[in-house]
Ligand binder design. Structure first.
Ligand SMILES: [Zn+2]
Ligand SMILES: [Zn+2]
Length: 388
């Protein structure tokens, strides 16, 4: 079977199972689960893979809601990633239900051709993208060992080659003072909330003097217990983002010093805890991305670089992308201007447009898997891209 025939066979296969893929996407959408609690999605996804005869390991790589399905016995290993965590309060407003169903569709389609193309497939269920760093843990636990290419898609309001990604890390600042009666003896108290507020105001001033591609944003997570008690403890949590990990380190220390300044001004103590591993910026692998874009174009979905900055965000795929050639194209599932992480986007994530985007991207992903297996120079070029 030649490559073109195989690609058209793959597209027909995905059309044939389209109802099942759409049902999977909608079921996950209707049952949003937070990072590392995605038990429903984990069950649904692994069940479909098992039913289709793939070898599936639940709770893979020491994470309860991660999974791994494999197919093929020799040849290069290509990984397809499924995300399926949701956001607190706004459900699947990042559309990870679409990522999951597209990864499964592409994986099932490609798995039918492992023998003809002498390739191996690893479908990875990667939990907790929204802050938990599931892929970082899986990377550390060996999930990407001997993988030669990593493919996934992400929904958006446009068909884009990539996410304009920033490196990110989160921190928690805990301020400690001394409680006192706020009316009877305020002079005996040390106000931890003052420390947190002054720290916040300091960062608000700092924002004027950071680079345009950097972000600092935080919320208060503890502001005291009762208004007639001088707050003994207060807490804020923060995200620091910058275009590269190196610059992120500099920004992080500026953030910490500013938050400490708030504590000093209020005379209280501060403890800084980094909440999880930093997410690196995504390194988009040009050779594989080009193959993906051609495949997408072949089924009528043209991917164009954004002229307005595109979608800015961070993802734990970043860390993987510095070790294994990776792509993270964005697929249009919502009207232009509908931002991810909004209530509107959550609605769009199970619309007709979302279902179309899911099927198209499953096809493009599966066709790109075939390219990786079929043309050894593509994987060599992908690896060489790191050195370029
Ligand atoms: Zn998100
Ligand atoms: Zn997302």
């Amino acid at each position: 079977m030649n490559l073109d025939e195989a690609k058209s066979e793959i597209c027909s296969y995905i059309d044939a199972i389209s109802d099942e893929l759409i049902a999977l996407s909608h079921a996950i959408h209707d049952n949003p689960e937070l990072g590392y609690e995605e038990y429903f999605a984990h069950e649904q996804l692994t069940q479909v893979l098992t039913d289709k005869g793939l070898e599936v390991e639940k709770g893979a790589y020491e994470i309860e809601t991660a999974f791994e399905a494999t197919a093929g016995s020799s040849g290069p290993v290509v990984a397809l990633l499924c995300e399926y965590d949701a956001l607190p309060g706004i459900g699947h407003a990042c559309g990870h239900n679409i990522i999951a169903a597209a990864g499964i569709g592409a994986g099932l389609a490609a798995s039918t051709l492992t023998d003809s193309f002498n390739g191996r497939l690893r479908i990875l269920g990667t939990p907790a993208e929204e802050g938990g760093g599931g892929k970082v843990r899986m990377l550390n636990n060996g999930a990407f060992d001997s993988v030669e290419a990593v493919l996934m898609i992400h929904p958006a309001d446009a068909d884009l080659p990539n996410i304009s990604s920033l490196a990110v890390q989160q921190l928690r600042a805990t301020y400690s003072g001394k409680a006192a009666h706020a009316a009877a003896a305020p002079e005996k108290g040390i106000n931890a909330l003052d420390g947190a507020v002054l720290g916040y105001m300091g960062v608000a001033a700092l924002r004027q003097h950071i680079a345009p591609d950097e972000r600092l944003h935080g919320i208060f997570t503890n502001g005291g217990q009762k208004a007639n008690i001088v707050p003994e403890s207060a807490e804020s949590t923060w995200y620091a983002r910058s275009s590269t990990m190196d610059r992120l380190e500099v920004l992080k220390s500026r953030l910490v010093e500013t938050l400490k300044g708030g504590a000093k001004a209020a005379g209280c103590e501060i403890q800084i805890d980094w909440i999880n591993e930093p997410y690196a910026e995504v390194l988009d692998n040009a050779p594989i991305l080009e193959a993906y874009m051609k495949n997408s174009e072949s089924i009528g979905r043209i991917i164009k670089a954004a002229d307005d900055g595109g979608v800015v965000g961070s993802t734990d795929l970043g860390n993987v992308s510095h070790i294994v050639p990776s792509i993270h194209p964005m697929v249009k599932v919502a009207p232009k201007g509908t931002a991810i992480h909004t209530v509107d986007f959550e609605e769009c994530a199970k619309s007709q447009e979302a279902d179309d985007g899911l099927l198209d991207s499953a096809k493009s992903l599966a066709m790109t898997v075939l390219d990786c297996w079929h043309d050894p120079t593509l994987l060599t070029e992908a690896k060489d891209f790191f050195a370029s």
